[in-house]
Design a protein around this ligand. Sequence first.
Ligand SMILES: C[S@@+](CC[C@H](N)C(=O)[O-])C[C@H]1O[C@@H](n2cnc3c(N)ncnc32)[C@H](O)[C@@H]1O
Length: 261
Amino acid sequence: MPHNRTKDELGHFIKKLEQQALETAEERHPIYIKAGLKDVELILDVGCGSGAVTKDLAAHTNGTVIALDDSPDMVDTAKKILHDSKNVQICTGDAHNLPFKDSTFDVAICNLVLMWSADPQAVVNEMARVVKAGGKVVASLEPDFGGKIHWPENSRVDPIFAGEAIRRRGGDPHIGRKLRALFVGAGLEAEVGIGNQRIWSCEEDKASYMRSRDFYWNVLRKAGMDDSEIREWEEEYLKSLDDGIQLNFFPQFYAIGTKIE
Ligand SMILES: C[S@@+](CC[C@H](N)C(=O)[O-])C[C@H]1O[C@@H](n2cnc3c(N)ncnc32)[C@H](O)[C@@H]1O
């Protein structure tokens, strides 16, 4: 994930994270309850980004959340966004080499981080190392864009959103299906599931697309499509939404790992 963003790019990224946090709340909150966040003392949020999701974590626990990111811009942003969250502390650090002693936390959690990590196995291993025996390592959402199901299809655009665009930006579009292997590889007892609660309505898909329209256009331009091709695809896509026939689903996997005593 690039750290050399312009001011504009940073602003767009922060907005996107805020929107994502809002749109995925119904998927993440049951996982927080399942992982028992409410009654633990110390939680580590790895790759906290702007802090939009950290805010939710802080609201779901009586304990303290330590939030960490390796991007100084993200850490500064999180400090601003979370300035009134009394049970959060924010620091800079690399998830591949966490600056904490073994067995420090009750829970180490990440959201949409493994897909962007250079070495996701090393990150899960580190999360397992810093958690106490009996504690939990949680990946609350890791999508699998390669597992996207939707209809009607578009042969030009579908492969872009099913993986090409993520790979071009250095991410792994198949991270979701790898979660079990990563957690078991870190010596954890792993429970893996799909966080999606439901399939969105056409109205929700359309509203979400319109909010992020610039982002989609940029992705398609970077994939080599010209504006007239994008316009043609968009017309077809919006029509299928207005006709109420478009179906979009891509699995959002979660994993809860228990560190064996
Ligand atoms: C897609 S954002 C998700 C942010 C936040 N967890 C959320 O869901 O809103 C991924 C975040 O992970 C951070 N990140 C990526 N690799 C990292 C690493 N090796 N160490 C720490 N943070 C990392 C990025 O800087 C970015 O803020």
